[in-house]
Design a binder for this molecule. Sequence first.
Ligand code: ARG
Length: 471
Amino acid sequence: MKLWGGRFTKPTNQLVDEYTASINFDKKLAKYDIQGSIAHVKMLHACGIIPETDAELIAKGLKEVLRKIQSGEAELTEEHEDIHMNVEKLLIEEAGPVGGKLHTGRSRNDQVALDMRLYLREELVRIVQLLETVQQSLLQQAQANLDTVMPGYTHLQRAQPVLFGHHMMAYVFMFQRDAERLMDSFKRVNKSPLGAGALAGTTFPIDRQFVADQLNMEGFCENSLDAVSDRDFVVEFLSSASLISVHLSRLCEELVQWSSAEFSFIELDDAFSTGSSMMPQKKNPDVAELVRGKTGRVVGHLIGMLTTLKGLPLAYNKDMQEDKEGMFDTVDTLKGALALFAPMIESMQVKKENMYEAVRKDFSNATDLADYLVEKGMPFRDSHAVVGQVVLYCIHNDKYLLDLSLEEFKTFSESIGADIFDALTPENVVNARNVPGGTAKNRVEEQIQTALDVIGRTNQWIEQQEGIVQS
Ligand code: ARG
């Protein structure tokens, strides 16, 4: 007999059981479901709603149920639909009829919202931690490449030289914002919906703050209808996760390009590359491609969740059961990618000479020639036009700017002197961009210092929250 079977005259059609059950995926919530139930039952006793002996028997039974679920001894069935009713059923088997007191003043609607929040708050901490390892790997490459000059691109056309370390630091700051978004969302996730009941609250004299305190949550959801209907926290997570995936994907795209023979700027370590079943010579950047590819499913889960929620009246609707698989899959997908990323970045080989060659055989110092003329008193718009002529001359004569003689330079402007040759070297071109945030070596060093400071604060946050989610 079903836990809610009282008003029914016949058993549910088996197809309905199969179709409506969520146990196959929400069993992932068992630990949090039981954690929440233990807090609830302690509160029921503390508020004088059930006797202490009953509360103790129930708590003991719940711990045993968790042990049996985790060891695989307990059978979870579609007949009992979801993790909440399976646990309750197992509890009654374990502790006897007293187990039936657990659900006093509670509904699966506030229960499931709590379970999801407890699950997500823990995963948020893990994901921030993994992001930090990716940042560290990028920082390591940045530090090792403070003298590595590469072409910087716009429109994927060589634009101005930058330091490879500068390029790596761009991603460090992206991932920092990503981490900050997750850390900020934590406080909205970490609130207790328990006490909302099915939608309207409960007639029992419960203590919502007591439950929140037991679970190390920052208070409770203020409105019972909102508490059971809100999946903002899932959307917010999926949105942050989508942005992380997009950032990873952009870096993946660069890794794929850079490891092609056409660029040949990096080589991924053999341990992070794969081969071809047919072409013996191949070494493919599969990991980077797959991380790029999986962005589609993460963004898909975000759109899926928003679409599921969009037409729902208050309060709970069964549609909301669709909130779980996308969230679980996003967590797993993201953690998988981030765990691989740090060692892949750390172990990649940077082909500094090839990068340098690409800068040498290029006009990416053209802006510097224009800026040089500006310093000699020419309006920038005029110097832009003059340098355009110089570049055209070079293209016709199969030369680069540094191949020109002083006489050739002077045919374009009398104010060009011998110091131009120094001004146009890749190193000087890079170091001339000496503004905060610029690509000059000392500015990239500043960026590394700033990043280390903020990451230090992230680490403090991780430590604090670990204490909260693990108790
Ligand atoms: N399995 C359900 C879910 O995930 C739990 C809540 C069910 N509530 C209900 N009134 N049917 O959403």
